[in-house]
Design a protein around this ligand. Structure first.
Ligand SMILES: Cc1cc2nc3c(=O)[nH]c(=O)nc-3n(C[C@H](O)[C@H](O)[C@H](O)COP(=O)(O)OP(=O)(O)OC[C@H]3O[C@@H](n4cnc5c(N)ncnc54)[C@H](O)[C@@H]3O)c2cc1C
Length: 484
């Protein structure tokens, strides 16, 4: 937690924009800026006793997330902030805030822990930030666990592990992020190698959504309808509760395995991902140019010049995973118990080197580093990864997270990219897409520009019209609504 929390102020130490190109400036300046002066006194009167924070430093900090992971997004969003933060304590207070915003035409941006990227939680047009931090109820249900949107993921698992159960998956920001924020801004993470991403059927069970209207309604979504609020950056309703399924909790073991040849690291990763007899939660694969940034945390477990695979495996299957690694010429360089590191704020569980954390460790050491997001499709992961690694080498250090995608083994790419220019980014994306690697561009801040399928599904837009008829929820983030 401490490392991530420290990053809230880390932004201030970053150099001013890293080599921005003219295109970046152009884009930043061309963003329509609808900021008006809102009737904040009237808003406060309407919301009565709902807690409000208006100290300028706090308001600015609660208006930020990890938008600075992309220098391009940063150029557009630097300096954007809300006017007030509210901290409702229950759904009735959420409704009071929603009603006041609707009546006075004040934009509202929901915030969990603010660990999202692409500026998901950065208000473009001022207004109110609704912080879910006080909505923390946790209750077991027949199918899993139902929580207030602001419950921290770590706290949810502290509760469920008493029954030897845990979440199917969590982001690498587990120790800080909220379950509601994960629902509305996340995609997958540790556990997705077994269960797939959040959107795979069965991974989200329910969500309760408050509409932004003069008289707000609460709508219960179940099953596939929960997709209406997933990864829409809080533009399709204020989620007050979420429900997710649980999986058996294992005594997870962390392993780092070094491979002299990248091809062996990839073959091992694929074999482990496909072996359904070995229970695992993480397979994070790095060319040396990516792994080297992890040596600040993993020390001598990172071998000079070698590719590395970070693995979380059930204790009972650790021997089988190590034997598989040996058959692929891998050498185990670190063995640890995940829970031991999790319990100690001074230590780093291995998953805090994977997924988005790899980029974080790299930026800390080299502030001009940014990243790409890709899907290496089932059946072609190793071939495409090798061909992209050969083509780009150190320009785009290879970093893959193995996942299940529609039931088959695939890999998310989170390749590191030392920022050069928007033009080069466009070329890199085109080369990947021509080869058959799908890109979800992390250098944009609207829902659909970043979408892998380049569009927001129609049902999300229809739902948005229903729950946000005035277009006040995080305006500017769902471009298809023409609100940007
Ligand atoms: C270092 C690092 C590592 C990461 N690793 C992963 C990863 O492994 N997997 C992954 O999927 N993501 C990852 N992320 C992104 C992010 O951490 C996760 O998506 C996280 O779950 C967001 O939770 P949060 O509580 O911080 O949400 P926030 O950042 O506060 O919010 C995320 C978005 O959801 C909206 N939102 C939040 N709560 C609500 C609500 N109650 N109702 C409506 N809208 C809401 C916000 O407006 C915002 O648009 C990572 C980010 C960083 C910086």
């Amino acid at each position: 937690v401490s490392a991530l929390e420290a990053d809230a102020s880390f932004l201030d130490s970053l150099p001013a924009l890293v080599a921005p190109t003219r295109a970046v400036h152009h884009r930043a300046l061309s963003l329509p800026f609808r900021r008006e002066s809102y009737d904040l006194a009237g808003f406060r009167r309407l919301i009565g006793s709902v807690p409000v924070l208006d100290d300028p430093v706090t308001v600015r900090r609660r208006s930020r997330d990890y938008y600075w992971f992309s220098p391009i997004v940063r150029a557009s969003l630097d300096g954007r902030h809300a006017d007030l933060v509210v901290e409702p304590r229950d759904e009735a207070e959420v409704m009071a805030v929603a009603s006041a915003c609707a009546r006075l035409s004040i934009p509202l941006t929901v915030r969990g822990a603010g660990t999202g990227t692409y500026g998901q939680a950065v208000p473009l047009h001022g207004g109110v930030v609704l912080d879910t931090g006080r909505l923390t109820r946790i209750a077991r249900t027949a199918q899993g666990v139902r929580t207030g949107a602001g419950a921290r993921i770590a706290a949810v698992e502290d509760a469920t592990r008493a029954e030897m159960l845990e979440l199917r998956m969590h982001p690498s920001t587990r120790r800080l992020a909220t379950l509601g924020g994960y629902f509305c801004g996340g995609s997958g993470g540790i556990g997705s190698v077994t269960w797939g991403g959040l959107r795979e059927p069965g991974n989200m069970l329910g969500a309760r959504v408050v509409t932004l209207e003069e008289t707000p309604q609460a709508i219960d979504l179940t099953g596939a309808d929960t997709g209406l609020v997933n990864r829409t950056f809080g533009t399709t309703g204020i989620v007050t509760e979420v429900e997710v399924p649980l999986a058996p909790a294992h005594a997870w073991q962390d392993r780092v395995i070094a491979f002299v040849r990248l091809v062996d690291a990839l073959d091992f990763s694929l074999a482990l991902a496909e072996d359904t007899t070995i229970t695992k939660k993480l397979i994070s694969t790095h060319a040396f140019e990516s792994a080297r940034y992890l040596s600040a945390v993993l020390g001598s477990a990172i071998r000079p010049g070698s590719a590395h695979v970070l693995v979380m495996v059930a204790e009972s299957d650790a021997g089988a995973a190590e034997a598989l690694a040996a058959r692929h010429h891998g050498t185990v360089t670190l063995r640890a118990v995940t829970a031991d590191a999790e319990a100690d704020p001074a230590r780093t569980p291995l998953y805090e080197c994977s997924w988005g954390h790899t980029t974080l460790h790299a930026i800390r050491q080299q502030p001009d580093i940014s990243y790409l997001q890709a899907l290496f499709p089932p059946g072609r992961v190793v071939d495409l990864a090798l061909s992209m690694a050969e083509r780009f080498g150190a320009e785009l250090p290879l970093h893959l997270e193995f996942i299940r995608y529609e039931g088959k083994v695939a890999a998310n790419g989170a390749q590191l990219w030392p920022f050069t220019s928007v033009e080069r980014l466009t070329e890199i994306i085109a080369i990947h897409e021509e080869a058959g690697v799908f890109i979800a561009n992390p250098h944009v801040f609207t829902v659909e520009e970043g979408s892998r399928h380049k569009r927001v599904p129609g049902d999300q837009i229809g739902f948005k019209r229903r729950v946000d008829p005035h277009g006040l929820l995080n305006p500017g983030k769902m471009g298809a609504m023409g609100d940007g």
